[in-house]
Design a protein around this ligand. Structure first.
Ligand code: PEP
Ligand code: MN
Length: 470
């Protein structure tokens, strides 16, 4: 969701959609392919009713915004910008409150401010927000004390509570996903367009963070940024213009019924856009070349991400490029690697080289979360801060060695003071996990850990990237 300046490209776009959805028939081609990770909806008729309601509802994002984001990602792929995506593993309806949403936006803006300074390029801000309500799961069922129920697949599908009724997939939840995404986007657009994102304000929050005793080591970087802002002020930079920032929404396009229902045709060009969010990605578990997700996403005009885990081969990557980015269009395709800290230095180089040598121009992002998930001795699904940081460092090292571009970071984080990830300067230990472990799926960096990571990465980029254009 972007606040555009006067030449708002979104204005040039009108979506056409007859009530019967005509023009979008081809989009349902995915239904002929094997589909994985889809709920078994108990009532197909109810699903069809919700589908029709979603299809008749206004789009959540607009083609012009999506096109601008594609151009921003193209800039990141060539080193002229840097992507920062962050948010919950799984958003929940209950947590779509003003306080929690604003804390998340604030955290991402704070991280972006330091990364902008470190990288000396614009940071493209994306929330894993306003649509991240569906989760792929390793098992269809969960057993507790001898009782087996369908697994929790995210608030878009069922409820976390372990009862027969709660775990039953309910298509009405797709409607709630739409309305909750709309509420979240509304707040996001208001915050990022209404002064909340003022760089001076964001920097003063960061100064507060860097001045706390535990994070004293970042004070120097905060002072440098301070100096840069005073310099901008002195030369007459228009800070009022900087109050308005572009901020995009992204989520895993997992539930294809929902994604299809929210696709719209841009009447200017006749092209099809997924209008549930600006950037949509295919997960590690749903990227089968001959599967429904790849087919569906190949038909959309949005910038698309694909997660690549440690088993991904160069051939997999090249075949995905052929399916999803046959024209080799800059900004169209982003590979989000999630290898694990202990594997990234082994696995990433061949992929990056293979893709580069084939002439494809994808953006490479690192997701340092999903390859580093462990279980603590007291039974929590967690991650170590150091492993997360190490995967980011490895990602930059690999690209530096190859002379290729590390285009961005994809993080699971929250703006709240949860205790879900081990370590960081606050030394969250296994016992502390019990204090405030709130995630329903994967552990997130809390507010402090997110900022700490951003400062560490900014320091590293500033110290080691002579090749970045300044
Ligand atoms: C996720 O991003 O929450 C996720 C499930 O990731 P992956 O597809 O990489 O496992
Ligand atoms: Mn996750």
């Amino acid at each position: 969701m972007t606040q555009f300046s006067s030449d708002n490209p979104a204005r040039a776009h009108r979506f056409s959609l007859a009530n019967d959805g005509s023009g979008l028939e081809e989009l349902s081609g995915w239904r002929a392919y094997p589909r994985v990770q889809q709920p078994t909806w108990p009532d197909e008729q109810e699903l069809a009713t919700v589908f029709d309601a979603l299809r008749a509802a206004p789009p959540l994002v607009f083609a012009g915004e999506v096109d601008v984001l594609r151009s921003r990602i193209a800039a990141a792929a060539s080193g002229e910008a840097f992507l920062l995506a962050g948010g919950d593993c799984a958003e929940t309806f209950a947590d779509a409150t003003a306080d929690r949403i604003s804390a998340k936006i604030r955290t991402i803006l704070q991280m972006a401010a330091v990364l902008t300074y470190g990288a000396s390029v614009p940071v493209v801000k994306m929330g894993r927000m306003a649509g991240q309500y569906a989760k792929p799961r390793s098992s269809d069922e969960e057993t507790r004390d001898g009782i087996t129920l369908p697994t929790y697949r995210g608030d878009a599908v069922n409820s976390f509570e372990f009862t027969q009724e709660s775990r039953r997939p309910d298509p009405q939840r797709l409607w709630r996903m739409y309305t909750t995404s709309a509420h979240t986007l509304n707040l996001l657009r208001a915050f990022t367009g209404g002064g909340f994102a003022d760089l001076r304000e964001v920097h003063s929050w960061n100064r507060g963070f860097a001045a706390t005793p535990a994070y004293k080591r970042f004070e120097r970087l905060a002072e440098e940024i301070d100096k840069a802002i005073r310099f901008m002020d002195a030369i007459g930079a228009d800070f009022d213009a900087l109050k308005v920032v572009e901020f995009y929404s992204s989520h895993e396009a997992l539930l294809l019924d929902y994604e299809e229902a929210l696709a719209r045709i841009d009447s200017r060009t006749g092209e099809v856009y997924g209008c549930s969010g600006h950037f949509l990605w295919i997960g590690e578990r749903t990227r089968q070349l001959d599967g429904a997700h790849v087919d569906f996403m190949s038909r959309l005009r949005n910038p698309i991400g694909v997660k690549l885990g440690p088993t991904a081969t160069v051939d997999d990557a090249l075949a995905l490029i052929d399916r999803l980015d046959p024209d080799r269009e800059p900004g169209r395709l982003t590979f989000v690697t999630r290898m694990g800290a202990d594997r990234i230095r082994d696995r990433l180089p061949a992929l990056v080289e293979g893709v580069r040598d084939a002439g494809a121009r994808v953006a490479w992002m690192t997701d340092p979360m999903h390859g580093n998930t462990i279980t603590s001795s007291n039974g929590y699904k967690t991650r170590r801060f150091d492993a997360i940081l190490d995967e980011v460092v490895g990602f930059f090292e690999v690209h530096r060695e190859l002379g290729t571009v590390p285009a961005g970071l994809h993080m699971e984080l929250t703006g709240d003071d949860v205790t879900e990830v081990l370590g960081g300067t606050d030394h969250i230990d296994e016992a502390a996990l019990e204090k405030r472990y709130e995630t329903l799926v994967d552990p997130r960096l809390n507010h402090q850990q997110s900022l700490e990571l951003a400062f560490l990465v900014a320091e590293m980029i500033a110290a080691t990237s002579p090749s970045r254009p300044s």
